[in-house]
Design a protein around this ligand. Structure first.
Ligand code: ADP
Ligand code: TPW
Length: 578
């Protein structure tokens, strides 16, 4: 290198003044030191400069139109990568907008950190009416796994380290980190600043199950006449894909995937009992849950859904999950990777496959149900119904098994979950444990940003409305997202009438024949209005091939949906009728 190009010597003034680092850069450096390469957020006082500086320092900053969707993106990124997704918001209202996503992430065991700027503590605590005044830490606490506030620049390293550990260790979840405005402008000597940062060593330590717990579980499994394995999204999160597949295949036990565990083994796997779900839940005598909770989605492990008496084995990282709904005969506590490896090792050779009459009875029901479904899927009614439209998406996913499916709605969700087969792990993101609407575009953006793969968002028209404005975000970052809006003119369907006979339409009805495709066109993306399965197929194929942001308005028969999809029975008036 020639002397001319060498760095000029520091000026005398620079030599005298020790270099300093401010709060902004300590936050950025702490995140980078821990491998955080993306921030999802929305700028404003006091974090606007943080977003600019983070971008300047090489962090990818994905800026949203509403904090809830930035938060949902962070949560999905956390689920997909096992690194906490970061959502950055302004104080009070921005913080509150992000809070739904934080609570949802915690409920779903997704690791994320909501970082919000906040107002001056002295003024907030005396309630003197500061700009965007709010005691954010107190409000966040009950809605997340852990909440921290950093008041001094020298504590930023510790604050971020604690937030990362809390988000990803044990049962993953949401963490809140409160950073008051004043913190960002604080400075400290640069060397001391760098030394104050912490690179978190082993943020999600393995938790090895006890040998006797593994033995107890294997003994029970061996004794079963009608064993069943139930895979939940914890199993998908754990990234122990090969061992989970080996456990299922070496035991020969039929399995059921919960919706976000679809694809851990391909849905077309011979041992999948998904097409005989009600039968296996009723009939099984020993059920091994792997990363799935016995919550409402599994009818709490009891009642009509579950038929006769069962014994449960539960593999989970959270010991307090055990016995939460019914007695668990054999808990196996640890991280799923370690637990499944221990189960495999403990099985040894010569494991007897389940009785043939059990697997044959399942196959018989599967064959019957799958043939019935094939007839429904082949039909081409006009207008389209949920099944005919979804049969097109099913074929598209079969052709691109690496594509990520995002799914929300009621009927749109329920039908898609059973019709659209998944072939690879962690390719399906949906409404999760709460059945929450509004995750669509946030999850889609995260999936595209984190994986670079095509994303197909299968959206009820109501569900889409919660995050629809983020199509601008999708266009702005030119993401390979194809949104398919199942447009049946309303919530569940478009046919309700106003019982009073008044001029307002019924509460569940939207503007008829809306053209959601034009929303995408408004921002330079591709809009397609599909009234037939052929048009939908062409639009989807083009979107996936081109990678261009696309929205397909799929016109669905407005009479096709049922109230609340498959959970009609949870409506209070349905309970009254029982
Ligand atoms: P689903 O909705 O698919 O049934 P849930 O969200 O109810 O799944 O359950 C996920 C379970 O997985 C939670 O109880 C959680 O504690 C557990 N879990 C998450 N990550 C891990 C992991 N790495 N190891 C073990 N258990 C995990
Ligand atoms: C945050 C209640 C559950 S499902 C749904 C709503 C409003 C929309 C169903 O209509 P959609 O789908 O999307 O058109 P489809 O296929 O049946 O026509 N607010 C939140 N979460 C939930 N779950 C609701 C409301 C709800």
């Amino acid at each position: 290198m020639s002397a001319v190009l060498a760095t000029p010597p520091a000026t005398s003034q620079e030599q005298e003044e020790p270099t300093t680092i401010d709060g902004f850069h300590l936050v950025i450096d702490a995140l980078k030191l821990n491998g955080i390469d993306t921030i999802f957020g929305l700028p404003g006082i006091p974090i606007t400069d943080l977003t600019r500086m983070a971008q300047a320092e090489g962090i990818r900053v994905i800026s949203f139109r509403h904090e809830q969707h930035a938060g949902n993106a962070a949560a999905a990124a956390g689920f997909l990568t096992q690194k906490p997704g970061i959502c950055l918001t302004v104080s009070a209202p921005g913080f509150l907008n992000g809070l739904t996503a934080l609570a949802n992430a915690t409920t779903n065991c997704f690791p994320m950190i909501l970082i919000s700027g906040s107002s001056e503590r002295e003024i907030v605590d005396l309630q003197q009416g500061d700009y965007e005044e709010m005691d954010q830490l107190a409000i966040a606490k009950p809605l997340c796994k852990a909440a921290y506030r950093v008041l001094h620049a020298q504590d930023i390293g510790v604050g971020i380290a604690r937030a990362i550990r809390a988000a990803v260790s044990g049962r993953p979840g949401g963490v809140y980190l409160d950073l008051p405005a004043k913190l960002f402008a604080q400075t400290m000597e640069a060397g001391a600043g760098q030394r104050s940062l912490i690179r978190v060593v082993d943020p999600a330590p393995r938790q090895i199950p006890a040998t006797d717990a593994v033995r107890r579980a294997l003994d029970l499994l061996k004794s079963a006449k009608k064993p069943l394995i139930l895979l939940g999204k914890g199993a998908a999160y754990a990234q122990a894909d090969a061992d989970i597949r080996a456990l299922v295949e070496q035991t020969g036990i039929p399995y059921l995937p919960m919706s976000m565990a679809k694809g851990l083994l391909p849905d077309t796997h011979a041992q999948s009992a998904a097409a005989a779900r009600s039968y296996v839940l009723q009939e099984a005598d020993v059920v091994m849950l792997i990363g799935a909770r016995l919550n409402w989605l599994l009818s709490h492990g009891k009642g009509k859904t579950w038929g006769g008496p069962k014994q449960f084995i539960q593999v989970d990282i959270a010991p307090t999950e055990i016995d939460s709904n019914v007695a668990i005969a054999a808990p196996v506590i640890g991280d799923i990777g370690s637990c499944v490896a221990a189960l495999l090792a403990g099985m040894g050779s010569g494991w007897a496959k389940p009785p043939a009459d059990w697997t044959a009875a399942i196959d018989e029901r599967k064959d019957k149900n799958l043939s019935k479904m094939a007839v429904t899927l082949a039909a081409r009614p006009s207008p389209m119904n949920f099944q005919s439209a979804l049969s097109v998406i099913r074929d598209a996913v079969k052709a691109r098994p690496d594509a990520i499916v995002v799914n929300e709605g009621a009927n749109t969700l329920d039908f898609a979950r059973s019709i659209v087969d998944m072939y690879e792990p962690r390719k399906r993101l949906d409404v999760g444990t709460w059945g929450i609407m509004g995750i669509g575009m946030g999850f889609a953006v995260a999936a595209a940003v984190v994986t670079g793969k095509p994303v197909i968002a299968i959206e009820g028209d109501s569900a889409f409305g919660f995050s629809g404005m983020e199509v601008e975000t999708i266009c702005r970052y030119n993401l390979p997202v194809c949104v398919v809006v199942f447009n049946n003119n309303g919530v569940y369907r478009g046919t309700d009438v106003n019982a009073s006979g008044g001029a307002d339409v019924a509460p569940t009805v939207f503007v008829k024949n809306a053209r959601y495709d034009k929303l995408m066109e408004a921002f330079g993306g591709v809009g397609v209005n599909a009234t037939t399965a052929d048009e939908l197929q062409r639009g989807l194929a083009e979107a996936i091939a081109s990678g261009k942001p696309t929205l397909i308005n799929a016109v669905i028969d407005e009479t096709a949906g049922t109230e609340s999809g498959r959970i009609t029975s949870l409506n209070p008036s349905a309970a009254k009728k029982k």
